[in-house]
Design a protein around this ligand. Structure first.
Ligand code: AQP
Length: 338
């Protein structure tokens, strides 16, 4: 393991918008969080301020924030290796976000496809300004920690690009202040699709949960969802995203969990039908998720332990974030408080 001082830094976050993370979150992003904590100085946060864009119930938000921390530890985030914290515990996130908002063009923010998709679904009158400025807060989250890399799913590529643009814009206008981060996005598995609508990404806010594999769901529910996944009417298990979106999505999941290449995974099912294939995928997924669910449930029995981990994480995060914020204020010419 490289020395802490020489290790590159990673930062990423996840929203506590649901009681459970889903398999897309895990394979697209969280699995990489776990791996990167071995080689990098890792900062991971539960981005509760981002979750406010969907107007959550206060009791649910509090419960889900703690449940998110429990799931992160259950999948393997080790608080002794990673700084694990809650975004709202570090005030510098909001403070830097305002500065970044003052550097972002209105048209530039309006081109974010996630905003366009989500606001189109709910209509302009029901879309909050926070959803529009969401990617700018995300840029602040990343730039505050001088992150070199940001492990995320494919859907975040455009937001990382915006973060880079804002960091570079600040640096060229006010002097070198921010590390310009790179997205850490997998070639395979960066977009896991919905099991019932295999051309759309698996999403916490999907209209129906029947195509979403939740980490905290009971094994029999996930078994049933995978066995009932939407596929085509052919028989051969072949990776072909254009013509066999459902089968390709299941092969991607199978390959990501078993560690086999897509080609090797495909070879395993030569001469076998879709029924056998789906059963095999369901078994590896359920075997993988069962201990994670049990561990998260166990951690949730002791909320005081979880909150103390998050308090320690916030302290460490605050040290880094407040240093960057002070440098930013200085570069901008904000008068220091006497
Ligand atoms: N389907 C997916 N495949 C691969 N990666 C995914 N991610 C999300 N969905 C998939 C990645 O998970 C990380 C955390 O996601 P998030 O909760 O911060 O944001 P999100 O993209 O809003 O998650 P959802 O489930 O899609 O929620 P909604 O429905 O609210 O939009 C991110 O790195 C993301 O790329």
């Amino acid at each position: 393991m490289a020395d802490v001082g020489t290790r590159k830094r990673v930062l990423s976050g996840i929203q506590p918008t649901h009681d459970s993370f889903h398999l897309g979150n895990y394979l697209g992003a969280l699995k990489q969080w776990v791996a990167l904590q071995e080689s990098h100085d890792a900062f991971y946060c539960v981005v509760d301020l981002h979750a406010l864009t969907v107007g959550p119930d206060p009791i649910e938000l509090r419960r889900r924030t703690l449940a998110s921390a429990a799931q992160l530890i259950a999948i393997g985030i080790d608080p002794a290796k990673s700084t694990l914290f809650v975004q709202s515990h570090v005030p510098a996130h909001n403070q830097l976000a305002w500065i970044m908002e003052c550097l972002t063009g209105f048209g530039e923010a309006g081109r974010m496809t996630q905003f366009k998709d989500k606001s189109a679904k709910s209509g302009t009158d029901r879309t909050v300004v926070g959803l529009f400025t969401y990617p700018i807060l995300q840029a602040a989250d990343i730039l505050l920690y001088q992150a070199d890399q940001v492990p995320v799913g494919e859907d975040q590529r455009q937001h990382i690009e915006l973060t880079r643009d804002l960091g570079q814009r600040f640096n060229s206008k006010y002097g070198q202040t921010f590390t310009i981060p790179e997205g850490y996005i997998l070639k395979s598995g960066a977009k896991i699709n919905d099991l019932q609508d295999p051309t759309s990404k698996m999403s916490k806010s999907a209209a129906s949960q029947s195509g979403v594999i939740e980490l905290m769901d009971a094994p029999e529910i996930n078994m049933k969802k995978i066995k009932g996944a939407m596929t085509d009417t052919e028989r051969e298990v072949i990776f072909d995203e254009k013509n066999k979106a459902g089968i390709s999505n299941l092969l991607t999941i199978y390959s990501a969990i078993t560690g086999l290449s897509i080609a090797d995974a495909q070879n395993e099912f030569v001469g076998k039908g879709y029924g056998d294939f789906k059963s095999a995928v369901a078994t590896v997924v359920v075997d993988f998720l069962t201990p994670i669910r049990a561990k998260a449930q166990e951690l949730l029995q002791d909320p005081a332990h979880l909150t103390s981990i998050l308090r320690d994480g916030a302290e460490k995060a605050n040290l880094v974030a407040s240093k960057t914020l002070a440098e930013t204020y200085e570069a901008l010419g904000l008068l220091p408080r006497a």
